[in-house]
Structure formats: structure tokens, C-alpha cells
Design a protein around this ligand. Structure first.
Ligand code: HEM
Length: 136
């Protein structure tokens, strides 16, 4: 609780726009450069620049910061947006692994990173299950 009586959001705690951008850039740099994330990279468009903006925008609102991405994507559910993708346990693991590394290497506070990693693992697991149910 700050002096104004307003609780800090995770967006404030992580360090705002610059910190979110740092995490997202590290995430896509890792995806681009690490052979272990090749399957995940192959699912993405050749140009990752639009995704850098989109994921940063989503995470900004999701963490309690400005909700521009949600205002520009009214009705878009991030889980449903992945329903058409061939996500399996391995590509879900590559996503959460790359993101955990990006959070750690960007210097995000360990407790906040752990909470974010928990949420990402639940989301990624759900995305892989949606794809498995669809393909059955
Ligand atoms: C389970 C593993 C995941 C895989 C394999 C995956 C893969 C992808 C791919 C291939 C795209 C389209 C990219 C392109 O057009 O180049 C995408 C879009 C996106 N993903 Fe994921 N993703 C995963 C998990 C997540 C998670 C956990 C989140 C949120 C925390 C997320 C957030 C987004 C966002 C915001 C977009 C852009 C949607 C839009 O602007 O239409 N993804 N993802």
C-alpha cells in the first residue's frame, strides 16, 4: 500500500513499460537464438517485431498497467487466440521455459517471477490441452 492508499500493481512492481519490454525482447531473442526453442520459433511468423509489440501490450494490461491492448482487441481471449495453433506439451514447455529465463535474465524480482511463471504454466498447459482435445 502506498501513501495514496492505492496498492501497487504487478506492473508497477516489475518496473513498468521499460521492464515489460525488456522481458519480451529477451523472450523473443532467446526464441530466435536458442536451438532448444526451434519448434516454438517455427510456429511464429518470420518477422517477430509485431509479436514483440503484441505480447508486451498484452502483458502490460494483464499485469495491471495501461489496457490499450485489451481496448484494441475487444473480445479477443488470449486462450482462444491459440486454439487454432498446433500447441503440444513440448512447445508449451519451450514457451514457459523461454519466458522463465527471460524473467530471470531481465532481473525481475524472484517472487513476482515465480507468480508469473505459475500463471504462464497454467495458461500454456490449458492451450496444449485445448489443442489435444481438438485433434482427438
Ligand atoms: C503454450 C505455448 C504457446 C505457444 C506455442 C504460443 C504461440 C503463439 C503463436 C505462434 C502466436 C502467433 C504469432 C505470430 O503471428 O507470429 C501467438 C500469439 C500470441 N501469444 Fe502465444 N503461445 C503460447 C503461449 C502464450 C501465453 C502463455 C501467452 C500469454 C501469457 C501468449 C500470448 C500471446 C499473444 C498476446 C499473442 C498475440 C495475439 C494477437 O495479437 O492476436 N502466448 N502465440
Amino acid at each position: 500500500m502506498s501513501d495514496s492508499g492505492v496498492s501497487a500493481t504487478p506492473y508497477d512492481s516489475i518496473g513498468g513499460e521499460a521492464a515489460v519490454r525488456r522481458v519480451v525482447d529477451r523472450f523473443y531473442d532467446l526464441m530466435e537464438s536458442e536451438p532448444g526453442y526451434a519448434a516454438l520459433r517455427a510456429m511464429h511468423a518470420p518477422d517477430l517485431a509485431p509479436m514483440r509489440g503484441s505480447l508486451a501490450g498484452f502483458l502490460t494490461g494483464w499485469l495491471g498497467g495501461p489496457r490499450r491492448w485489451f481496448e484494441e482487441n475487444v473480445g479477443v481471449c488470449v486462450m482462444s487466440a491459440h486454439a487454432v495453433l498446433p500447441i503440444d506439451a513440448e512447445t508449451a514447455r519451450q514457451w514457459t521455459d523461454a519466458m522463465a529465463r527471460a524473467l530471470s535474465e531481465s532481473g525481475v524480482d524472484a517472487d513476482l517471477a515465480a507468480r508469473m511463471n505459475d500463471a504462464f504454466e497454467r495458461m500454456a498447459g490449458g492451450m496444449a490441452r485445448m489443442a489435444a482435445n481438438r485433434d482427438n
